[in-house]
Ligand binder design. Sequence first.
Ligand code: ADP
Ligand code: MG
Length: 251
Amino acid sequence: MLKIENLTVTVEDKIILEDFNLEIKEGEIHALMGKNGAGKSTILKVLLRDPHYQVKKGSIYLDQEDLLAMTTTDVARKGLFLVSQNPVEIKGITNAEMLRTSLVDQGKTELNILEFNQELKRICEKLNLPISFIHRDINYNMSGGEKKKNELLHLWMLKPKFILLDEIDSGLDVDSLKLVAQSLQEYYQKYHPSILVVTHQKTLLDSLKPSVVHVLDHKKIVQSGDIQLAQMIFNEGFHGASIIDGRDENE
Ligand code: ADP
Ligand code: MG
């Protein structure tokens, strides 16, 4: 479903990823781990066609289509959805307005406003968000944890088939973390999307149970394994587990 081959990416003329390879099949959950600054967020932003990240070499195919020939809008229409590490605040556009517009764009022209509002309300309740969030400006003046849950509200409404999660667990209190992990697990069981999850924490991996765990270092994936690899990293750290050496990539 997603195939990234020999990808080289630069930001402001600095090489961040080099000969990066990754393949995720339909319905698979993969985890991507690596120390700060390794390039985890970079690969997710490249997938969303963020113009700050230049692809110098390589290819990305999504359902056999050339993703690098697509715009961010095209990619979103294909069902790719990113919960970014720092969700952007959009003042002046409410959740409800954006979601209604997006659903109409998805072809749901017969959208019943009553049902739409009921669905939003139901999801807010499940995510333990106040109902007033329906009419809040997107992520505007929300706390870090509220933003992450607000992104989940979008996810449940838009029903993406390929989800990218960039440290969705950061900024969440213990109860919210459990709730978010459960909600994602429930979404997976219901819709079977493909998921690429970036995390430093165990809670999310314990509930999502990725079939493959990758470690990103020195601009590429240096090791892939099953959940045991993540367990080893949690227990011993990247260096302790001898997965990556001590050399600093940014020096
Ligand atoms: P990670 O998510 O693994 O912590 P990132 O992908 O965010 O790492 O960043 C990888 C490297 O690229 C870091 O050295 C970071 O400073 C740099 N970088 C990322 N985005 C930008 C940008 N827009 N401008 C300049 N440098 C960037
Ligand atoms: Mg990051």
